[in-house]
Design a protein around this ligand. Structure first.
Ligand SMILES: *[C@@H]1O[C@H](CO)[C@@H](O)[C@H](O)[C@H]1NC(C)=O
Ligand SMILES: *[C@@H]1O[C@H](CO)[C@@H](O)[C@H](O)[C@H]1NC(C)=O
Ligand SMILES: *[C@@H]1O[C@H](CO)[C@@H](O)[C@H](O)[C@H]1NC(C)=O
Ligand SMILES: *[C@@H]1O[C@H](CO)[C@@H](O)[C@H](O)[C@H]1NC(C)=O
Ligand SMILES: *[C@@H]1O[C@H](CO)[C@@H](O)[C@H](O)[C@H]1NC(C)=O
Ligand SMILES: *[C@@H]1O[C@H](CO)[C@@H](O)[C@H](O)[C@H]1NC(C)=O
Ligand SMILES: *[C@@H]1O[C@H](CO)[C@@H](O)[C@H](O)[C@H]1NC(C)=O
Ligand SMILES: [Fe+2]
Length: 467
């Protein structure tokens, strides 16, 4: 008979998710396809330009203030500037439609000229309310909606999605689809950097920024994505005369940095529901006396755990990561800021950059001072858990080469594409899960109950014994 053993065993291996236990935590032995990612071609369905004269495209929203009562709506028009207004109304009050007006920016990059990039902030929104909004008034008008967060409070449940290093390959599309269909229903995406990977194309082909904007619109137009800057946003290309870092990114993706007294769009904070979220910039100065250092030094004491128990930090380059790819690239920033993270009891740090998934134990390494030589990560209940979620899809494929043996601080690691969900239940508990693209939508390939470091600082490690 024709049924080969191989065709029988392969699906079995995919289902079983065998794991092997090493010195550290778990290195998953999940069997996957490790081919290089394949770009979605320019004529892909996800890149289709919306029809109609001057139709708004690449619509995306993000939080516009410190507390979640403002939304920045951004979109691009190609034929002419078009209306700068957003019309919006709440479902409770649909007769009273309001207008908010913003501004338009454009930029050139080598021989590319951008469309008209609109940014309009809608203010004074009610909490916990569904709003409809329209852009493209006067020509092709498109309608979307979003739901504002609940008022800030210590026990407000809220669900954040975590996506990093998304790119525009077929894997990227799978990650986004899995996020959208996850029954845990992320309400806001915390995006940890590396958006379009346009810089991988000839002359950083900025057309790929536009295709990326159209690709993610199906999510970014309906829920805020909180942006972190990654190395693929630098777009530094002196060989073609482009010497101003972050030019495409900073024209296209705005952040509410002034609301948290930041002087740069690349580092800032927001408060949303029961979380205080600090976004750091791995590719801007962070040494002592730099603007980012001074800002963070003043920011951390402002976190009020009575109002926002959950302290979350986002950055692109991970501090703790046992993949050989990008190994120790985050080390210099770790040396600068880790003592603060321990002092202020950060609950969790999310990073991207490494195209694989990893979760650590609560660990710190802050004793070292050159003279004493004490440089070993130790178990520390005041320290955050570090999660690397740079497995959104990108273009380069998976990064499977890990340091061996698995370090003790590493609780779980696996080179597969996916996304994660941080599901805050109340001031003491949050349920975290990682979802790999090959699984069903509700499967949790890794999961963890977080106990809040301020309200319930009990040891929440489960994976393995860590000394
Ligand atoms: C930009 O230059 C590249 C390389 O010379 C060329 O292939 C491309 O068509 C040009 N694009 C535009 C918009 O002129
Ligand atoms: C686009 O809208 C403007 C302002 O309403 C109007 O003057 C113009 O005729 C419209 N263009 C087209 C092609 O519909
Ligand atoms: C991307 O995913 C969506 C939703 O699953 C699907 O409809 C679409 O055909 C996919 N496109 C590509 C190019 O994979
Ligand atoms: C995707 O496109 C980039 C830029 O053209 C190229 O370097 C890369 O090889 C492509 N990857 C695949 C798998 O086609
Ligand atoms: C923190 O928030 C609580 C509740 O709103 C308030 O009573 C307290 O004064 C705040 N603490 C600081 C240091 O601002
Ligand atoms: C894995 O990474 C190590 C350290 O960078 C390198 O020496 C080794 O050649 C890599 N192995 C493979 C199979 O790429
Ligand atoms: C907080 O949430 C956890 C998990 O759902 C639950 O077990 C616990 O009882 C909740 N605490 C309170 C005070 O409701
Ligand atoms: Fe990166």
């Amino acid at each position: 008979m024709g049924i080969s053993i191989a065709s029988f065993l392969l699906p079995l291996a995919l289902v079983l998710n065998l794991v092997s236990v090493c010195n550290g935590g778990t290195t998953s032995a999940f069997v996957r396809n490790v081919q290089k990612g394949v770009n979605m071609s320019l004529d892909s369905d996800v890149f289709a330009v919306p029809s109609g004269y001057n139709a708004p495209q690449q619509v995306h929203i993000t939080q516009g203030d410190l507390v979640g009562k403002e939304v920045i709506v951004s979109w691009v028009t190609e034929d002419e500037p078009g209306s700068i207004a957003v019309r919006y109304w709440s479902t409770d009050n649909s007769k009273q439609k309001k207008l908010a007006k913003g501004k338009i920016v454009t930029y050139r990059f080598f021989n590319y000229s951008s469309g008209f990039i609109h940014h309009t902030t809608i203010r004074n929104l009610e909490y916990n309310t569904k709003y409809y909004y329209e852009v493209g008034l006067g020509n092709t008008t498109r309608q979307f909606w979003f739901i504002t967060p609940p008022e800030i409070g210590p026990d407000v449940p809220y669900t954040f999605g975590l996506i990093g290093d998304l790119g525009q390959s077929f894997d990227s599309n799978r990650t986004l689809s899995h996020y959208e269909l996850n029954p845990r229903k992320g309400q806001t995406v915390l995006f940890v950097g590396d958006l379009s990977y346009s810089d991988n194309f000839p002359n950083h082909d900025n057309v790929r920024w536009d295709t990326w904007g159209r690709f993610v619109e199906r999510s970014t137009a309906y829920q805020p994505w909180i942006w972190t800057v990654g190395n693929h946003e630098i777009d530094f290309a002196p060989e073609i005369g482009e010497t101003k870092p972050f030019k495409p990114y900073s024209h296209r993706y705005h952040t509410p940095y002034k609301a948290s007294q930041s002087t740069s769009p690349f580092w800032y904070s927001i408060r949303r529901a029961s979380a205080h979220i600090i976004v750091l910039a791995s590719y801007s100065g962070y040494g002592k006396y730099t603007p980012q250092y001074q800002w963070l030094e003043q920011e951390l004491p402002k976190v009020n755990r009575t109002e926002t128990p959950w302290l979350i930090v986002l950055m692109h380059s991970p501090w703790y990561n046992s993949n050989n790819q990008h190994y120790m690239e985050g080390e210099t920033m770790r040396v600068m800021y880790e003592p603060w993270f321990v002092k202020y009891k950060v609950d969790v740090v999310y990073a991207g950059h490494v195209h694989a998934y990893e979760r650590t134990e609560r660990v710190s390494n802050i004793a070292y001072n050159v003279v004493n030589g004490i440089c070993t990560p130790i178990k520390d209940q005041s320290a955050p858990v570090y999660i690397t979620i740079g497995d959104g899809g990108n273009l380069g494929g998976m990064e499977t080469n890990m340091t061996e043996p698995q370090p003790e601080y590493s609780a779980f690691r696996e080179a597969s594409f996916g996304h994660a969900i941080f599901d805050i239940k109340n001031r003491t508990h949050a349920h975290y899960s990682w979802h790999r693209n090959q699984d069903g939508y509700s499967v949790e390939a890794d999961s963890h109950w977080f106990f809040n470091r301020f309200w319930h600082p009990v040891d929440d490690s489960t994976a393995h014994v860590f000394h």
